[in-house]
Design a protein around this ligand. Sequence first.
Ligand code: MF3
Ligand code: CO
Length: 263
Amino acid sequence: MGLFNRIYLKNEEEIELLRQSADIVGRTLAEVAKVIAPGVPCTYLDKIADEFIRDNKAVPSFKGYNGYPASICISINEVVVHGIPRNNFLQDGDIVSIDCGAYKNGYHGDYCYTFAVGNISEEKRLLVERTKESLYKGIEVAKKGNTIGDIGHAVQSYVESFGYGVVRELVGHGIGRKMHEKPDVPNYGKPGRGERIVEGMVFCVEPMITAGSHKISIDNDEWTIRTLDGKPAAHFEHQLAITKQGTELLSTYKYVEEVLGIK
Ligand code: MF3
Ligand code: CO
């Protein structure tokens, strides 16, 4: 167990700062949600997010992370994650995952939502709905005394019942002073395996679910991750803290879903 392998447990004060960073992410996603429509340039979404994060005296966590060139990831249809906003446009029928991170007062917020652009196919609608549901299945068992493997198992068994795939190469993660900390939080696994979940842990659960095979490829840009079979993928992420009171979601979809008119 080296210095970089340990799990940094957080106290109440640190969790409060993480809550604030996550809140900025939630409100940034809502700003982006307001303008999602067919014909909108992806660079415009990135600009909205970048400006809103900075207006809140935070810094986009993603920009410059391992050389990543933008403030959000925009992953459309068969792009699973890490899509770079370029001179491309949203189109009617797309599903688009917007992944966003904000750094403030020394702590990161990081989470993601998958949106429909205009009218989407029934196949895509179900994929998005079930991927989101799988995240909540994982969160349900993300509690003190359970293990990280319980989370992956809950996600995997739910989505595989529909014939979907779980991406293996990318996983959820601890989060704090660094965007990616231990533990890894795979979206697959066996009950009772992996680290024990204890008070003070803060981590992101982020199922990346494919409509077909779970196999992926990476583009020459060394970022864009796609399904190998070209079928669509969806991605949702929440950031949670294990506190004395139980499991708390630091992230929320309430701002986004107010914009979307859900709830
Ligand atoms: N949100 C992603 C994650 O959860 C990180 C995006 S990679 C970046 O791991 F380079 F864009 F930051
Ligand atoms: Co993440």
